[in-house]
Write a protein that binds this ligand. Structure first.
Ligand SMILES: [Zn+2]
Length: 179
């Protein structure tokens, strides 16, 4: 297994840490794009609350990482490089894949939609033109894991309490039979 769930730090992140981790993630993505000159996939987890590196988030990450690697294998897409960053602000994975960003994005959205844990995965696919949105490839926006509305709207308006989001997240795991 990639990350050991029982070794999660359960570190409570601050807003500053979140902002800094986003900045370093974007910087790593730029470096990978420049170095490999191909599609870059950046994997993070969508975890409600201030603890991003938890037992559950690690399990969700491991599963997503496996699925992406299997997808590349199945489609015979060459992985030029891949690396997992085990951070107290939540694990991040990067892959440089020899395939057009549109094609990879389609497959990754399908993965997010078809896997029971997919709503916890944030698979960012970056090409020459930058990060590709679901809308750009004609797919619906990510839906909230409680009410099925556009997840960005619920996040912005804080429609659901952290407790409700956590309960929904745990239910996803039970449903997925991972716990
Ligand atoms: Zn919602």
């Amino acid at each position: 297994m990639l990350l050991l769930p029982e070794q999660a730090t359960n570190h409570k992140v601050t807003l500053l840490e979140i902002l800094l981790s986003r900045e370093s993630r974007q910087q790593r993505q730029r470096i990978w794009l420049a170095d490999y000159q191909t599609t870059v996939v950046s994997l993070t987890m969508v975890i409600p609350g201030e603890i991003k590196d938890s037992e559950l988030s690690r399990k969700a990450f491991n599963q997503a990482w496996d699925e992406i690697n299997q997808l590349c294998n199945l489609q015979s897409w060459m992985i030029q490089a891949s690396e997992v960053f085990n951070l107290p602000t939540g694990a991040e994975g990067l892959l440089a894949i020899k395939q057009s960003a549109d094609v990879v994005k389609h497959a990754c959205v399908a993965m997010e939609q078809n896997n029971p844990l997919g709503r916890l995965w944030d698979i960012d696919v970056i090409g020459e033109q930058g990060s590709i949105s679901r809308q750009a490839i004609g797919m619906p926006p990510r839906s909230c894991f409680i009410c099925d509305l556009d997840a960005r709207v619920c996040a912005r308006q804080r429609t659901h309490s952290i407790q409700d989001l956590h309960a929904a997240m745990e239910a996803l795991f039970h449903h997925a039979d991972v716990v």
